[in-house]
Design a protein around this ligand. Structure first.
Ligand code: SF4
Length: 352
């Protein structure tokens, strides 16, 4: 862990340091220098410099931002979750080449943790209470309203910084109609002791090792993520897999076949009985591509493929690319066929 996180500086909003969770976090990192900041999202030395690539990883490892989450909302989602819960953190200590999180926030993007956890858990309880019983099954879940609690961060790493994620897992344990969910690329065995009672779904992200070695920087290796699945099921989590992003290249289907065989061999009957997956093909972004060329051009050979991709300007002005319509449908169908033949017990919740 020392290489993933070695917190030396905590940029803190004074209001956050007054709250019990803020105090706990400061106490967890007594060696860190505390730098008061007016607002957690306006720290030029942390977020401002998109070109200072060499500093990113250092900032990710050494800096933590402590703030107060101002606006609390649960946004409707409908794909991996019914709702996106108000985040208890954003940013990430890992550095996946395709990550969309830094498209919205400066590129070094270290972890920002929110100290007003009581407000956030209270909001989630009330929001779930207002939904009542889920009227009909959908692709998120047959019975429970699913809340994604890790849209802008990786909860397994966040749990190394504060008890926010644990608090949420405990809240969901007592909500009869709702369930928490988050995707992760990091194995944190501390979570095994939290007794989630089936009310938290962890989605381990998987891709062929050949891709992960180039793209999933600073994450837990794929074989260790697979090896963790049985332990998390035994500990009371619902465990799904998140096949994402799927990267198309020469030999991609053969490598996915190998990954599915690895998964099949690596998990036991209890995990298989409850397994489901989501399948998300790669999307990429021109600005991120330009930035990545400066530090990791090998990744761009894999994920920036104008010969296979088409572009579209998004509402907020970003130039995003995805695999071409038509060919993409064939890729999706080919991978779904492969899943059906190699891991037939693995229900696919959605694929696109
Ligand atoms: S683990 Fe998730 S949030 Fe972190 S860099 Fe990778 S894709 Fe982004």
């Amino acid at each position: 862990m020392t290489t993933l996180l070695d917190i030396r500086r905590i940029y803190a909003e004074p209001a956050a340091t007054e709250l019990p969770r803020g105090k706990e976090i400061l106490a967890r990192f007594p060696q860190a220098q505390v730098v008061p900041v007016e607002s957690h999202n306006r720290i030029p030395e942390v977020y401002g410099d998109e070109t200072n690539v060499d500093r990113w990883v250092r900032i990710k490892r050494e800096a933590l931002v402590l703030g107060v989450k101002k606006s609390l909302t649960a946004r409707p989602n409908g794909r991996s979750a019914d709702f996106i819960a108000p985040s208890t953190a954003n940013g990430c200590a890992m550095a996946c080449a395709y990550c969309y999180v830094p498209r919205h926030k400066g590129y070094s993007n270290p972890i920002t943790v929110f100290a007003n956890i009581d407000k956030i858990t209270g909001y989630v309880r009330r929001h779930a209470g207002r939904q009542g019983t889920k009227p009909a099954p959908n692709e998120c879940d047959p019975y429970a309203w699913v809340y994604d609690i890790g849209e802008n961060s990786d909860c397994s790493v966040d749990a190394r910084v504060s008890d926010n994620v644990r608090d949420l897992v405990e809240v969901f344990r007592s909500l009869p109609n709702a369930k928490a969910s988050f995707a992760t690329k990091h194995v944190n065995s501390d979570l095994l002791g939290w007794d989630p009672q089936g009310r938290t779904r962890i989605r381990f992200s998987l891709m062929p090792t050949r891709d992960a070695k180039v793209l999933d920087i600073r994450t837990t290796p794929i074989e260790q993520r697979i090896a963790a699945i049985d332990d998390f099921v035994a500990a009371g989590y619902e465990v799904h897999v998140n096949f994402s992003p799927v990267v198309v290249r020469d030999g991609w289907l053969a490598d996915w076949a190998e990954l599915l065989d690895q998964l099949d061999a690596g998990i036991g009957p209890a995990a298989k009985a409850q397994l489901a997956a989501e399948v998300i093909f790669l999307t990429h972004n021109r600005d991120l591509h330009e930035i990545n060329l400066g530090w990791h051009p090998k990744a761009e050979d894999l994920i920036w493929r104008p010969d296979l991709q088409q572009g579209k300007r998004s509402q907020n002005g970003f130039w995003n690319v995805r695999y071409r319509t038509g060919a993409k449908g064939r890729y999706v169908a080919a991978l779904l066929d492969l899943i059906a033949s190699r891991t037939p017990y693995c229900r696919v919740r959605y694929a696109f």
